[in-house]
Write a protein that binds this ligand. Structure first.
Ligand SMILES: Cc1cc2nc3c(=O)[nH]c(=O)nc-3n(C[C@H](O)[C@H](O)[C@H](O)COP(=O)(O)OP(=O)(O)OC[C@H]3O[C@@H](n4cnc5c(N)ncnc54)[C@H](O)[C@@H]3O)c2cc1C
Length: 402
């Protein structure tokens, strides 16, 4: 495997770098660095989304006819890496990376015309209605029911852990339309308007004090039959397509590596700082190096998967492997940051300014006050998108044949 970038790739990298230097405003970089979550709030994300859309680089993985870029896997990776290095806001994946490709692949011409452009422009924000109280890992057991009534479905049930439902205009939802067949065959994929009387969104406040997830109640909510993606009962196939996309195109390593570099710089800049001379601490250095090696190995695997996807091959259990490794690494990196920042890292952002009068400027681009909220928030990595145990089961069955 040749790991050197071609001349064309290097030229593309310079083009992306130039664009980021010119077009990514400092306040959006600051917004990203002030975010403890996986992706930024819409007030930060939408501005960056508009800038990327104007450049034609927003939905690079979509088919070209709907706004995709036709980049090679290496170009995609270079783009993600440069964005991570430049502290570009991590945009919500819900519309752009999850439901967008589903509509582009399975939608009718009318559905494509109605929804895709509005995702790109940020006019419609989306949330994902898969999990329910009692149905997470075992998603096929979901109980939310959709009963056909003329040209619409009446939907009743509850969805939980629904990220950014408080902002969403639409939910892509798995609902049971038939209970007389095997569980997977009775599920349909519906687009549900969140701005209707049958929808209630109840916040769930996370350990770090953030409002990221919700419980959504559907009480006689309505979904148009014209807003069902695919056939009735095809929801499971579509849900799997979406999950494979979610895991398959993952580019977690660039941000991990960028965060490790940042941590390294911070440690080096702290001769007598928080935990003493961290830059010279052998144990800290050893752990940092080990994490960097693991993140680089992950980067190679992610690149290999992108290559396989580009050749039309399904990467299979490798995507479970990268999800598992990336989730663990994310937590180890955030844990090391908390240890590095010691006492200061334990202060939540709302408490006293870091370093008091001695050093009014937070050191580095990620303020130490955010280390603990980020650490707490990243506990979720080993749960969402399929928990670690579920990924291990998939690897055991499909890769190891156990
Ligand atoms: C921050 C966050 C955001 C989320 N956002 C969304 C969202 O936007 N939309 C959405 O639909 N969902 C979302 N989820 C839900 C997420 O997908 C589920 O939490 C996840 O699938 C696990 O389901 P569960 O919570 O019901 O746990 P359970 O499935 O009940 O699992 C509980 C424990 O048992 C283990 N376990 C379960 N089954 C097995 C098994 N067969 N073998 C071994 N161990 C097993 C699990 O690993 C876990 O440790 C989000 C979750 C989090 C934490």
């Amino acid at each position: 495997m040749d790991m050197h970038f071609s001349t064309a790739d290097l030229a593309f990298r310079d083009e992306v770098r130039g664009f980021l230097a010119a077009e990514l405003p400092q306040h959006l970089r600051d917004g990203m660095n002030g975010t403890p979550s996986v992706f930024v709030e819409p007030e930060i994300g939408l501005e960056w989304q508009r800038i990327l859309h104007a450049r034609g680089w927003l939905a690079y993985q979509w088919p070209v006819e709907f706004g995709g870029t036709d980049w090679t896997p290496v170009q995609r990776y270079i783009f993600e890496k440069e964005c991570a290095l430049a502290d570009a806001p991590a945009l919500s994946v819900l519309g752009l990376k999850l439901v967008g490709p589903v509509i582009a692949h399975f939608g009718t011409p009318d559905q494509k015309a109605r929804y895709l452009e509005r995702i790109l422009t940020g006019q419609d924000l989306w949330c994902q209605g898969y999990s329910e109280p009692g149905s997470g890992s075992d998603l096929a057991s979901l109980k939310t029911r959709a009963v056909r009534d003329g040209d619409k479905y009446i939907v009743n049930g509850s969805k939980i852990w629904t990220t950014h439902a408080q902002y969403a205009d639409w939910m892509f939802c798995l609902a049971r339309t038939n209970s007389d067949v095997k569980p997977q065959a009775g599920i349909s994929f519906l687009l549900i308007n969140m701005r209707q009387p049958g929808i209630t969104v109840r916040p769930i406040i996370g350990m770090a004090g953030d409002h990221e997830v919700n419980q959504v109640f559907l009480d006689n909510a309505e979904a148009l039959v014209a807003d069902r993606i695919g056939e009735e009962g095809q929801g499971w196939t579509i849900a799997k397509f979406l999950l494979e996309n979610e895991r398959g195109g993952s580019c977690a390593a660039p941000r991990l590596l960028a965060d490790l570099d940042r941590l390294d710089r911070l440690a080096g800049a702290q001769p007598g700082g928080f935990n003493g001379a961290l830059g010279h601490d052998v144990d800290f250095g050893r752990r940092l190096s080990r994490l960097r090696l693991e993140a680089e190995a992950l980067e190679m695997t992610e690149l290999r998967i992108l290559g396989e996807l580009a050749q039309g091959r399904k990467p299979g259990p490798q995507t479970s492997l990268t999800k598992l490794v990336a989730s663990n690494l994310r937590q180890y990196v955030d844990e090391l940051a908390v240890e590095a920042f010691g006492y200061d890292g334990l202060q939540l952002a709302t408490e006293r300014p870091l370093y008091g009068n001695e050093s009014p400027e937070p050191i580095g681009s990620k303020p130490a006050q955010l280390a603990m909220p980020t650490y707490l928030n990243s506990r979720a990595w080993t749960i969402f998108g399929g928990s670690n145990e579920v990924q291990k089961n998939i690897i055991a069955k499909t890769a190891l044949g156990l």
